[in-house]
Design a protein around this ligand. Structure first.
Ligand SMILES: Nc1nc2c(ncn2[C@@H]2O[C@H](COP(=O)(O)OP(=O)(O)OP(=O)(O)O)[C@@H](O)[C@H]2O)c(=O)[nH]1
Ligand SMILES: [Mg+2]
Length: 601
C-alpha cells in the first residue's frame, strides 16, 4: 500500500483544523447526515469552546488508492513542544499562512522545526477570500522566512498553493478551483513516501492517547521493521531502562477514528495498546535486538503557578474534589501525559507548585480540573528566573503587534514601559507591523491593556526566544482593586452608590465574602468597600429596580484574564461554578500587618 504522512503546521488560527476537515470531507469520510458545521477535529470540549486546537490529532484518508495520514497540530505557542514531537511522525508538512497576516512568530518556530527534521514543505497561502489580503506579498515573505531559516536549495524550491479552507478550495494558482483536489494531488506528488530503514522493529512513541476502556495508548510511526498484535517487545526508556512488554492490541488510523489490525509495517502510524508503563519518547523495539531511537527532548517550563486547596469561606459549596489529597493526586496524574508540566511539593501540605509553558498551558489545566469537579486556589503566574554563570537571567520573547497606524504610538509606549524594545516597524496593508523583544514578565497582563489602548484593534502574538539578563523592575497593574468589607449578598443600592469608585466584577445578588476582590478601583491603591447595604433583593428582582438599571454591566474576565490580572498578594478561587478574585489574606488587619512586616524587612 502507498502511504503519505503529513502534518499541518501554522501560527494559531491560520486555518489548520479547517483544512483537515476539508480533507476529510473530500475523502467522503462523512455520511450525508453527519455534517455538523463545527470543526470535527477540535473534538475536546475546551477546544470547541475556545475555537482553538489544544491537542494534536491523527486522522487518515484514502485518496486515489494512497493512504494519507494527516496530523493536525495546535498553533498556540504554549503547545509548540507538542508540535515538535508529532513532526517525528511526518515526512512532509503543509505550512499554512494567512494571506493577510503573513508569517507570524509561531510560523517561524514550526517551520524551523520542520526544516531541521528535513521534512518536505508544501506552502499553502490560506484565506485568500479575506478582503485586503495580499497573497503575493505573503508568498514573498514566506520565501524570505525559509531563506532566513537557512533552508536548503531544495527546501527553498517549495511548491505553493493558494485558496480558502473556508470556501473549500485550494489550487496551485490564485484561480479558484472546484475543490481541494489540486492540493491532495500536490501531497501525493511532493511529499515523499516514508523512508524506512532495514532491520528489526523500532517505533518511537510520539504521542499518547487515552481511552477509558483501553487505558493509555502509545502512538507513533513504525520507522523500522513491523509490529504485530501479541508480539513480545522491549520498551526502551530515556533513562536506559529496558522493560519487557507485549502488544495487546494494535490499531491504525482510519478517517476520524482507529481501526484494529494485526500487523503494521514500517512507514505507517499506529496506536499500541497494552504497554503498562511508557512515556513519550520511549522506543518500542524488537525483543531480540532492542535498539533505542534518539531521546526526544522535552521543553523546559517557563512559568510556574501555585495551586492550593480552596480555603475561602465558600469552600466546598460547588466542588466534589476539595482536599489537598485530591488536588495532589490529580496534579501528579497530569504530569503523566502532559510532558511539559511539572509538579513540586511545597512547605505546605496544601499547596503545590506547578510548572508549565505559559498562561494558556496552565489555564487549560485549571479549566479542565474545574470541569471535573475540583475546587482550588491559584496564585499569580510567575516566570521562571534562572542563575546562569552567576547572572540572573529571565525568559525573553519575540512580540509581534499588528495595529492600525493611528494606534502604533500608543502600542510602542505601552510595550516600552514594560521593558520591550522595538526591533521592526513596517507597514502591512493599512496596518502597522511592529516587532519587539520583551521579557516574558512584561507580557503578563499586556493583552488586556493593549486592547483597551487600541480600541480592540491590535492583533498580537508572542513566542519564547531565549533566556537573557534580568531587565529590572517592570511596573505591575496600575489600578488598585475594590475589596469587600462584608460577607453577604451584594445589593444594587450599594453598587450604584459606588459606581464612581470603579468598575465591578460582580452584580447585585451575587454572594460575596470579606476580602474578595469585587471590582477595579479607578485609582492606584486598594479600597475596602461595603456593597451589601440596603434592600436584599435577589438578582432577578434587583435587575428590575431603579438602582439596578443605572448599574453598568459587570466586567467578566476569563480564567486566563484573571491569571494575568492578579498581583502577588492576590489569588483566584476556582470552583466548578465560580471564578472569584480575592486577596490571599482576606482580613484587612492581616494585610496591613503583612505590609508593615515587608516594608521593615
Ligand atoms: N476568511 C477565512 N477564514 C478562515 C479560513 N479558514 C479558516 N478560517 C477561520 O479561521 C478561524 C481559525 O480556523 P481554525 O481552522 O480553527 O484554525 P487553526 O489553525 O486550526 O487554529 P489553532 O488550532 O487554534 O491553531 C476560524 O474562525 C475559521 O473559520 C479561510 O479560508 N478564510
Ligand atoms: Mg486547529
Amino acid at each position: 500500500m502507498q502511504l503519505r504522512n503529513i502534518a499541518i503546521i501554522a501560527h494559531v488560527d491560520h486555518g489548520k483544523t479547517t483544512l483537515v476537515d476539508k480533507i476529510l470531507h473530500q475523502a467522503n469520510v462523512f455520511r450525508e447526515n453527519q455534517e455538523s458545521g463545527e470543526l470535527i477535529m477540535d473534538n475536546n470540549d475546551l477546544e470547541r469552546e475556545r475555537g482553538i486546537t489544544i491537542f494534536s490529532k491523527n486522522a487518515a484518508v484514502m485518496y486515489k488508492g494512497v493512504k494519507i495520514n494527516v496530523i493536525d497540530t495546535p498553533g498556540h505557542s504554549d503547545f509548540g513542544g507538542e508540535v515538535e514531537r508529532v513532526l517525528k511522525m511526518a515526512d512532509g508538512v503543509i505550512l499554512l499562512v494567512d494571506a493577510f497576516e503573513g508569517p507570524m512568530p509561531q510560523t517561524r518556530f514550526v517551520l524551523q522545526k520542520a526544516l531541521q527534521l528535513n521534512l518536505k514543505p508544501i506552502v499553502v497561502i490560506n484565506k485568500v477570500d479575506k478582503p485586503n489580503c495580499r497573497p503575493d506579498e505573503v508568498h514573498d515573505s514566506v520565501f524570505e522566512l525559509f531563506f532566513n531559516l537557512d533552508a536548503t536549495e531544495e527546501q527553498l524550491n517549495f511548491p505553493t498553493f493558494y485558496g480558502s479552507g473556508k470556501n473549500g478550495w485550494f489550487n496551485n494558482s490564485l484561480t479558484p478551483s472546484e475543490d481541494i483536489t489540486p492540493l491532495l494531488d500536490g501531497i501525493l506528488e511532493f511529499v515523499p513516501e516514508p523512508k524506512v530503514a532495514e532491520g528489526p522493529l523500532q517505533l518511537q512513541v510520539t504521542s499518547l492517547d487515552y481511552s477509558s476502556f483501553l487505558g493509555r495508548i502509545a502512538v507513533g510511526k513504525v520507522t523500522r521493521g513491523e509490529i504485530k498484535e501479541g508480539q513480545q517487545i522491549v520498551l526502551l526508556q530515556a533513562d536506559g531502562t529496558a522493560l519487557k512488554s507485549k502488544v495487546k492490541e494494535l490499531y491504525v488510523f482510519e478517517s476520524l477514528g482507529k481501526k484494529r489490525t494485526d500487523k503494521v509495517v514500517a512507514g505507517d502510524i499506529c496506536a499500541v495498546v497494552g504497554l503498562e508503563t511508557f512515556n513519550i519518547g520511549d522506543t518500542i523495539a524488537d525483543a531480540e535486538n532492542p535498539e533505542a531511537l534518539p531521546v526526544i527532548s522535552v521543553d523546559e517550563p517557563t512559568m510556574s503557578m501555585m495551586f492550593s486547596i480552596n480555603n475561602s469561606p465558600f469552600f466546598g459549596k460547588d466542588g466534589k474534589f476539595v482536599t489537598s489529597r485530591h488536588l495532589r493526586d490529580r496534579l501528579m496524574k497530569e504530569t503523566e501525559k502532559n510532558l511539559a508540566m511539572r509538579v513540586e511539593d511545597t512547605d505546605s501540605a496544601d499547596s503545590f507548585l506547578v510548572y508549565g509553558r505559559g498562561i494558556l498551558h496552565l489555564g487549560v489545566l485549571v479549566e479542565t480540573m474545574r470541569r471535573e469537579g475540583y475546587e482550588l486556589t491559584v496564585g499569580q503566574p510567575q516566570v521562571i528566573v534562572k542563575q546562569i554563570d552567576g547572572q540572573k537571567m529571565e525568559p525573553y520573547e519575540n512580540l509581534v503587534v499588528d495595529v492600525p497606524a493611528d494606534f502604533s504610538g500608543k502600542v510602542i509606549d505601552l510595550v516600552t514601559q514594560r521593558k520591550g524594545e522595538l526591533l521592526v516597524m513596517e507597514s502591512k496593508g493599512e496596518m502597522q507591523h511592529l516587532e519587539f523583544e520583551i521579557p516574558s514578565r512584561g507580557l503578563i497582563g499586556l493583552r488586556s491593556q493593549m486592547l483597551t489602548n487600541t480600541a480592540g484593534e491590535a492583533v498580537m502574538a508572542h513566542r519564547f526566544i531565549d533566556y537573557k539578563p534580568w531587565k529590572g523592575n517592570i511596573p505591575g497593574r496600575n489600578n488598585g482593586v475594590l475589596i469587600s468589607k462584608n460577607q453577604d449578598r451584594a445589593t444594587a443600592y450599594s453598587i450604584d452608590k459606588l459606581m464612581d469608585r470603579g468598575s465591578f466584577f460582580i452584580e447585585p445578588g451575587d454572594e460575596i465574602y470579606i476580602g474578595q476582590i469585587i471590582g477595579e478601583h479607578v485609582k492606584p491603591g486598594d479600597l475596602v468597600v461595603n456593597v451589601t447595604e440596603g434592600k436584599k433583593l435577589t438578582n432577578m428582582r434587583a435587575s428590575g429596580s431603579d438602582d439596578a438599571t443605572r448599574i453598568a454591566p459587570k466586567i467578566q474576565m476569563t480564567l486566563e484574564e484573571c491569571m494575568e490580572y492578579i498581583q502577588p498578594d492576590e489569588c483566584i478561587e476556582v470552583t466548578p461554578k465560580n471564578i472569584r478574585l480575592r486577596k490571599t489574606l482576606l482580613n484587612e488587619e492581616d494585610r496591613k500587618k503583612y505590609q508593615k512586616m515587608m516594608s521593615n524587612s
